[in-house]
Design a protein around this ligand. Structure first.
Ligand SMILES: Nc1nc2c(c(=O)[nH]1)N[C@H]1C(S)=C(S)[C@@H](COP(=O)(O)OP(=O)(O)OC[C@H]3O[C@@H](n4cnc5c(N)ncnc54)[C@H](O)[C@@H]3O)O[C@H]1N2
Ligand code: MOO
Ligand SMILES: [Mg+2]
Length: 418
């Protein structure tokens, strides 16, 4: 007799997975290799930025007090006593009606407290005149205006993107403490599976889930080990799952999670003594997505059906891997968009529809990406987002505003409201 599985809600399943996540240790990486990693320490400014008052323009540094009486009919004359570019420093203190020719980024000389842009002067020999008064600190880029010493700028658990790398470099971090990345093993089960370069034979298909998951991991900057394709043979599959578990922090299998005669993943969990977190989720596709834990490591049993497999990864595996890396924003970005066509099917389970999200110049829109079945591969290729229709709803109409999860963004969000 077939086992009757009880579906649990997506949020409950997700909570179960995330509660099992054991964060990975931290390590020091070279700044130039840190892109896409997660900060394991907060960045606290060790000094002000800028570190000194500097000129934001090419022009002349003056004492504002000397400019008070300047007007169109009373141009004031300055004597140029020095010339500095960014990186230079003028060591004397400015005296009355003296100016230093200064370039963008150069430190203001002592006594100077304003900058006159070249365009605001009439220059003659070693002098210039101005026709307006300058305020104290006018045209000055102030010490500490960008960041104050001691200020926490980026907290632990944030993604290191190019902007963060710039900040780290500013503060002299040649190395940065980040979370280690998980090692992930991928195993595709199915006696029907051929390699990508095999020619087709009756009843066989090429393994598309393997390359797809490799891409999903690569999109997260995570390295993986592919254990290839494996015919549906209980003992062989079990041995390879065990080996993959020993060699990785997390293992993803595809196929064989349902109730078919050759669906061996549930048996493998049982024989390995893994704790099954769930084997049925109230979602479509991906309802058979399964997850188990063994030795503190997560085993994701993703469906063999390509669309279900893709969604199972993005909804469960991705946040879990992000959390392993200590990412405080582990979830795909969530937004809303206007539906561009009627969607009349009822949604007894939460429905994730591979869709095309775009902006039509006026509003964010979402359009289902075509053939919308669990076994579809074309719609995952065309889509860049999931439209999410909550369970217990039906008859969505063109013009309705719906929830959307965006794929392929480097950063995510801290919670989902699904
Ligand atoms: N009696 C029932 N039958 C099924 C149920 C059910 O509840 N009761 N659930 C259905 C649902 S929903 C799904 S989804 C599938 C899940 O199947 P499995 O995860 O067990 O996967 P397989 O049986 O191995 O394969 C399903 C399908 O996917 C193709 N496949 C498998 N691996 C790959 C791959 N690497 N690349 C491309 N395509 C792959 C495979 O050829 C099958 O067509 O079960 C339903 N059945
Ligand atoms: O689990 Mo299946 O993926 O619902 O279609
Ligand atoms: Mg099956």
């Amino acid at each position: 007799m077939v086992e009757i599985r009880r579906p649990i809600q997506v949020n409950d399943a997700l909570e179960k997975v995330l509660s099992q996540v054991i964060p990975l240790e931290a390590e020091e990486v070279e700044l130039s290799k840190s892109y896409g990693t997660i900060l394991a320490e907060a960045i606290i400014a060790p000094h002000d930025v800028p570190l000194f008052n500097r000129s934001p323009y090419d022009g002349y540094a003056i004492r504002s007090v000397d400019s008070i009486h300047a007007s169109g009919s009373n141009r004031i004359l300055f004597h140029v006593v020095g010339h500095i570019g960014a990186g230079d420093f003028y060591h004397n203190e400015l005296r009355e009606n003296e100016a230093v020719r200064i370039m963008t980024g150069a430190a203001l000389p002592y006594g100077a407290d304003a900058v006159v842009m070249f365009e605001q002067t009439i220059e003659k020999d070693n002098t210039f005149t101005i026709r307006k008064p300058f305020r104290y600190l006018e045209n000055v880029s102030l010490q500490g205006e960008d960041a104050k010493k001691g200020e926490e700028l980026i907290s632990k658990g944030q993604l290191i993107h190019p902007g963060v790398m710039a900040l780290l470099a500013t503060f002299g971090y040649a190395f940065v403490k980040v979370s280690k990345k998980p090692k992930v093993g991928i195993l595709c089960t199915g006696s029907e599976l051929l390699q990508v370069n095999d020619s087709l034979q009756p009843g066989k298909i090429r393994n598309s889930n393997g390359p797809m998951i490799e891409g999903q991991l690569a999109r997260m900057g995570i390295e993986y080990k592919s254990y290839g394709i494996l015919p549906d043979h209980l003992e062989d599959c079990q041995n390879l799952v065990r080996k993959a578990l020993d060699e990785n922090d997390c293992v993803i299998t595809t196929g064989g999670v349902s109730v078919g005669d050759f669906d061996f993943i549930p048996k493998i969990y049982k024989q390995l003594n893994a704790q099954v977190l769930f084997n049925k989720v109230a979602m479509r596709p991906g309802s058979v997505t399964s997850c188990a834990v063994l030795d503190g490591k997560l085993l994701f049993g993703l469906s063999g059906n390509p669309s279900a497999c893709y969604i199972g990864f993005e909804i469960f595996t991705r946040p879990a891997l992000q959390k392993m890396m200590g990412n405080v924003r582990p979830f795909l970005p969530q937004t809303k968009a206007v539906l561009l066509e009627n969607y009349s099917k009822p949604n007894p389970f939460t429905r994730f529809i591979r869709s095309i999200y775009s902006f039509d110049g006026n509003q964010a829109t979402i359009l289902p990406a075509g053939f919308n079945k669990s076994n579809a591969v074309s719609s995952i290729a065309k889509g860049n987002a999931f439209m999410v229709l909550p369970s217990g709803t039906r008859s969505f109409k063109k013009g309705d505003v719906v929830d959307v999860l965006l794929l392929g963004y480097e950063d995510g969000v801290s919670t989902w409201n699904l």
